[in-house]
Design a protein around this ligand. Structure first.
Ligand SMILES: Cc1ncc(COP(=O)(O)O)c(C=O)c1O
Length: 385
């Protein structure tokens, strides 16, 4: 069935007032996500502590997340953030042997490098894979860095600075051939790109619900491939990570048999309401169709920019790009303010304005952004080398 994206767009009221190109920072709010949070508040007023219902929300988020990733619910932990998932995984790894190297790329969001550097106190050696002169990180660079001492390759799917997408199946092939496992940070991809855990072949995936998954801040997930769950015992733990949450045993740690062992304390119930509603929209819209639409929008944006002679730093090749187009400019902070004043919502990192597209965006949104750039060209276009 073909998704009616125009009808879906009408469910995001902010789009009536704003040209919203900022889902890579925080998604636009959908009617049902807002209603879900309000329902939670109503429940608190009417019932008080409605734990029996609230706990089912956490399980519903887990099931929907599993559906989206194409895995089983037992392989999914619902966490407070992507960082919480990475920390729980790191706590279960042993860096005391000769296989103690963690390979990260120069495209990482800080958290997926800082947490691995934090493991240096536990014996980890962190090695960065650099980008090439063209700004991309080719497979050869991973080929050179991943070796028989590599325990984990921890990489982002899409770079939060420039929108470039790494060749994940290629990286997985190299890593697995050398006995290393792969953690994928999907935060800048999932919900806008299809993330099929089995097809990608990765061992672990983290991400969160506030961007393209249409939920809210304060909730994330960690996927752990079934074959690794039982051999990994996190020291980052808590009562919600136990086999029997109701056991209240203070004399032993008995981790769940499922990926729930990577969780910690009381779930963020209100965030579960929002995340459940957001995930339902993404699944209803069909991730495959979303990806096609987002690809077409970013391609359109790149072409429009070329037409006005203001090229992006994001790869033109569809396979090397996610939902973001990063546009270099002079005085990005000031340009961002101009765009905001014109009701065009973007974000910026370094010398780039980031335009991030979701299925609710249209070519007209891109046209408005590009027209505004053109108007401000004299002040902000980058110097040509
Ligand atoms: C690629 C990527 N990873 C991780 C994060 C942060 O995750 P969290 O704050 O949930 O730990 C972000 C947030 O912007 C991100 O873009």
């Amino acid at each position: 069935m073909t998704t009616d994206f125009e009808a879906l767009r009408r469910r995001f009221p902010v789009l009536e007032r704003k040209t919203y190109l900022n889902s890579g920072s925080y998604c636009a709010l959908a009617d049902t996500v807002r209603d879900a949070v309000n329902n939670y508040m109503d429940d608190r007023l009417a019932v008080g502590a409605n734990w029996d219902v609230w706990i089912t929300k956490n399980e519903s988020v887990r099931a929907l997340m599993a559906q989206l990733l194409g895995v089983t619910s037992d392989e999914v932990a619902i966490t407070a953030s992507a960082s919480a998932g990475i920390n729980a995984l790191a706590s279960a790894l042993d860096f005391s042997g000769t296989r103690n190297k963690v390979v990260v790329s120069d495209f990482e969001f800080p958290t997926n490098a800082q947490i691995w550097h934090a493991q240096e106190r536990r014996g980890a050696r962190v090695v960065h894979v650099p980008r090439a002169a063209d700004g991309y990180i080719p497979l050869e660079h991973f080929e050179r860095t991943i070796d028989e001492h590599t325990l984990l390759v921890a990489v982002t799917h899409v770079c939060f600075r420039n929108g470039a997408r790494l060749d994940i199946p290629g990286i997985v092939k190299i890593a697995h051939a050398r006995g290393a496992r792969v953690l994928l940070d999907t935060y800048q991809a999932i919900g806008a790109l299809q993330v099929d855990a089995r097809a990608l072949g990765v061992d672990f995936i983290v991400g969160g619900m506030l961007k393209y998954l249409l939920g809210t801040a304060g909730i994330g997930f960690l996927y752990v491939r079934d074959r690794w769950i039982r051999e990994l015992v996190p020291t980052h733990s808590g009562w919600f990570a136990q086999q029997n949450i109701a056991a209240m045993d203070i004399f032993a740690n008995r981790p769940s048999e499922s990926a729930r062992r990577f969780e910690a304390g009381t779930p963020a119930v209100v965030n579960c309401y929002a995340a459940e509603a957001g995930l339902k929209i993404v699944l209803e819209a069909d991730p495959r169709q979303i990806e096609a639409r987002v690809r077409a929008l970013t391609r359109y944006c790149l072409r429009q920019l070329i037409d006005i002679g203001w090229s992006a730093v994001t790869p033109l090749d569809d396979a090397r790009r996610g939902p973001m187009v990063a546009v270099p400019a002079r005085n990005t902070a000031e340009l961002f303010e101009h765009l905001t004043a014109a009701d065009i919502v973007t974000s910026f990192r370094d010398n780039n304005i980031r335009v991030t597209c979701h299925f609710y965006n249209t070519e007209s949104d891109i046209d408005r952004f590009v027209a505004e750039l053109e108007r401000l060209r004299g002040q902000f276009a980058p110097e040509t080398p």
